[in-house]
Write a protein that binds this ligand. Structure first.
Ligand code: CP
Ligand code: NVA
Length: 312
């Protein structure tokens, strides 16, 4: 079982969970847990370099993946977009073809998801999404790992409250579908998930026993929820910050909203958070919050992805 999963993951891109099966996703979570428990101490990336391209700021992703590569014995080569010739008009095609001659994988945080698709089209090494406007799969993997550490194999109700069209919302919805969870997105009508991502999540959920819903009412969404998840109302690069600040306030995750959920609900946030906007300080640092566990798990999940797609 594991051997065939290992074979199927080797050499793959990690651009979106759309491309991953429930078994492959579970395998990556198990491997992440092994890394966390210190069960794997070998250095499988010894002699290998991973190019890390950043078109946007990052703290958790930058540091977790760099430390993961280092602890696996490899070298993280950080490439801010401005330092590359692509910033002067060189094509992504040539960038991918050239990097493929030097390094063993490319990880990129990009403004447009299409940039990752173009890099992956021309690279003959794996390409990893470190966040795009559409998806944040490394985050969702760490999120589900965190849920499973707490709830083990229980079938959960997950309520995502806020910007349904955010990268984190899309990836978490797909992750919930892969896990067979009941996933409810509560968002304003104009900030719903991308219909193609929603269709795909519903299609996966129909096979895993999950259920995906998109509604407007945050109170209804959190009823009996085991997990409340939120993210910034104004993701990096969105053009309509002012409009968002008008429509999102009813979606704040505060003590009152948390009190409507299941008694042992956990509150999750990918961070960075904007306290007093999508989440109150009291909830962010309160007893239900597991945001720093999520952040820690980014390290273990990054190792699992690198190991699985880069090492035979
Ligand atoms: N959650 C997350 O991706 O954080 P950074 O933007 O700091 O990498
Ligand atoms: N949705 C947020 C996530 C940050 C980690 C953004 O894209 O800015």
């Amino acid at each position: 079982m594991s051997r065939s999963l290992r074979r199927s993951l080797l050499g793959r891109n990690f651009l979106s969970l759309v491309d991953y099966s429930p078994e492959e996703f579970r395998y990556l979570i198990r491997l992440s847990m092994d890394y966390k428990l210190g069960r794997r101490s070998e250095e499988p990336l010894k002699g290998k370099t991973v190019a890390l391209i950043f078109e946007k700021p990052s703290t958790r992703t930058r540091v977790s993946i760099s430390v993961a590569i280092n602890e696996l014995g490899g070298y993280p080569l950080e490439l801010p977009i401005k330092a590359l010739q692509v910033s002067r008009g060189e094509t992504l095609k040539d960038t991918a073809l050239v990097l493929s001659r030097y390094v063993h994988a490319i990880a990129a945080r990009v403004k447009k998801h299409e940039t990752l698709i173009e890099l992956a089209r021309w690279a003959d090494i794996p390409v990893i999404n470190m966040l795009s406007d559409k998806f944040h799969p490394l985050q969702a993997l760490a999120d589900v790992m965190t849920m499973k550490e707490i709830f083990e194999d229980k079938k959960l109700k997950v309520a995502f409250v806020g910007d349904g069209g955010a990268n984190t919302s899309h990836s978490l919805m797909l992750a919930s579908a892969l896990q067979g969870y009941h996933h409810v997105v509560a968002c304003p009508p104009e900030y719903q998930p991308d219909p193609s991502v929603l269709d795909r999540a519903e299609e996966i959920a129909s096979r895993t026993g999950g259920l995906i819903e998109v509604i407007e009412d945050p109170k209804k969404a959190v009823k009996q929820a085991n997990v409340i998840y939120t993210d910034t109302w104004v993701s990096m690069g969105v053009p309509d910050a002012e409009r968002r600040m008008e429509v999102f306030p009813p979606y704040q995750v505060n003590k009152t909203l948390v009190s409507l959920a299941e008694r042992h609900v956990i509150v999750m946030h990918c961070q960075p958070w904007f306290l007093g906007q999508e989440i109150t300080e009291e909830v962010a640092y309160g007893p239900h919050s597991v945001a720093f566990e999520q952040a820690e798990n980014r390290l273990h999940t990054a190792k699992a992805v690198l190991r699985a797609i880069m090492v035979p």
